[in-house]
Design a protein around this ligand. Structure first.
Ligand SMILES: Cc1cc2nc3c(=O)[nH]c(=O)nc-3n(C[C@H](O)[C@H](O)[C@H](O)COP(=O)(O)OP(=O)(O)OC[C@H]3O[C@@H](n4cnc5c(N)ncnc54)[C@H](O)[C@@H]3O)c2cc1C
Length: 439
């Protein structure tokens, strides 16, 4: 009898897992159960939709057609309950599915601050396409918006609302943006660009409550009793892996669903991957949370292969993201953090990695040219992290050197002495390492 696989979640982890299973097990039955009506789309692309720089259609890169060709069935429904011992999954619409192996790839949801007024119409978060559509609808009649939170999503909300013609105020609890990952100079670059885009910045203010004007947001009250009249409040204080299904099914969880290095949860036929999973990395012995598109794909692919019998332990890659923050194209790789807390975030945010917070035992080299800036963290044997803002010429070399864990001991002195020549020296070291002909 063909094996029956059920995948819960139609995001990148679920989609990659389905393909990996199909590649190893041609005759199996594969069903993806997802509660969003829309077919597979780019979640990072939602920021561009809000900013008005792409039409909605451009979010959809892989329509259902592809799945049909691979014989992957998609069911639009909410998964309510797993009966692990019976290998049966219960859907919200009353149907049930029998499975041999099941993957939980249900992602994470935005958290809301614990202050009065969070349930009012006009308080928005950005998790999915429906949220983006709602924000665009509300922005059409809004005059003024406030945004609280940190990381990439807070900026995407602020920039998106400003681009929709709404007067937008970004409220930060501390003195600067994303202080646990970026250096003060990097925060300044982002903040200057936000101001150029018309976003008004407020530092060292805290949201105390949201005021109700006939069931809708009418203002926010801030620390010190100050009020800011507004019709919209964007919230991006962090995310929480969706644990309900796992908890209801008796699976072991902590911050996420706990898995071993083969993505198996505490039940051997149930796997987990992507934003919802805390996967063991045997190399470090640690479980690190990420909310990264590329990590979700890598984990989904590896989980799917293991579900179909590959038996390959996961090796956690160095986390990286190439994204736009405050309109500045930025690459973040590896350990770049300050080790301090960011009070605008209560947990991980979207497009973020827990590993970026680490303060590395490393020497920081900085190169600046105009509005571009590169920060490289040089450890004893390897480059352990980097932030590339603006000009992206060094993004690829640094990704290769850091993610490839290239031994730079022979070139370390040259690198540390590079001073103004840092980009040239780094490029030369990269070419030597990857065997690219110089010149
Ligand atoms: C606005 C935004 C910006 C982002 N920017 C970046 C970025 O710049 N760079 C980057 O690397 N990453 C970014 N991310 C993060 C990235 O999109 C996620 O890391 C990735 O989507 C996680 O994939 P996943 O498959 O684990 O979960 P998801 O993509 O969240 O998919 C999970 C799916 O499961 C569904 N689901 C949940 N519960 C159930 C249930 N009970 N039954 C059925 N279906 C269910 C959900 O509705 C969802 O469709 C961003 C995300 C957002 C929202």
């Amino acid at each position: 009898m063909p094996r029956r696989y059920v995948i819960v979640g139609n995001g990148p982890a679920g989609a990659a897992a389905a393909q990996a299973i199909r590649a190893r097990d041609a005759g199996s039955e594969i069903t993806i159960v997802g509660d969003e009506k829309a077919s597979f789309y780019s979640r990072p692309g939602l920021a561009y939709l809000l900013a008005g720089s792409i039409p909605e259609g451009q979010l959809f890169s892989r329509p259902d057609e592809g799945n049909r060709r691979l014989g992957i069935r998609r069911v639009v429904a909410r998964m309510e309950r797993l009966e692990a011992t019976e290998h049966r999954a219960r859907l919200g619409d009353g149907r049930s599915l029998a499975y041999d192996r099941l993957l939980l790839a249900v992602g994470a949801r935005a958290l809301r601050p614990d202050v009065p007024g969070m349930d009012l119409e006009g308080v928005v978060t950005l998790d999915n396409l429906e949220d983006a559509r709602r924000i665009l609808r509300l922005a059409r009649r809004a005059r003024r918006a406030a945004v609280v939170g940190g990381g990439i999503t807070a900026l995407e909300l602020a920039e998106g609302l400003a681009a929709q013609g709404v007067e937008t105020h970004y409220l930060m609890r501390k003195d600067r943006y994303w202080g646990n990952v970026l250096e003060p100079e990097e925060s300044s670059v982002v903040e200057a660009r936000l101001e150029d885009e018309g976003v008004r910045l407020h530092h060292e203010v805290e949201l105390k409550r949201v005021l109700n004007g006939r069931g809708r947001v009418s203002a926010v009250e801030l620390s010190g009793g100050r009020r800011l009249t507004c019709d919209l409040l964007g919230v991006a204080i962090g995310i929480q892996p969706r644990l309900e299904l796992a908890e209801r099914s008796g699976l072991a969880t902590k911050r996420g669903i706990l898995t071993d290095e083969f993505f198996r949860t505490s039940h051997p036929d149930i796997y987990a991957a992507g934003d919802v999973a805390e996967v063991l990395d045997p190399a470090s012995g640690q479980r690190v949370l990420d909310s990264l598109w590329s990590v979700a794909i890598e984990q989904g692919r590896a989980a799917g292969a293991n579900m179909a019998g590959a038996g390959e332990p996961y090796r956690r890659p160095v986390s990286f993201n190439v994204t736009r923050i405050g309109g500045v194209t930025t690459t973040l790789i590896g350990a770049v953090g300050s080790g301090r807390a960011d009070e605008d975030l209560v947990s991980l945010s979207r497009g973020d990695s827990q590993s970026w917070r680490d303060r590395a035992e490393a020497f920081a080299l900085v190169s600046e040219a105009g509005l571009s800036r590169v920060r490289v963290l040089v450890g004893k044997e390897r480059i352990v992290g980097a932030v590339v803002m603006g000009d992206q010429s060094l993004s690829r070399p640094l990704q290769d050197l850091i993610r490839g864990r290239v031994d730079i001991r022979a070139a370390r002195e040259r690198l540390l002495g590079a001073a103004d020549d840092l980009p040239v020296t780094l490029t030369a070291i990269w070419k030597e390492a990857v065997g690219v002909a110089a010149g």
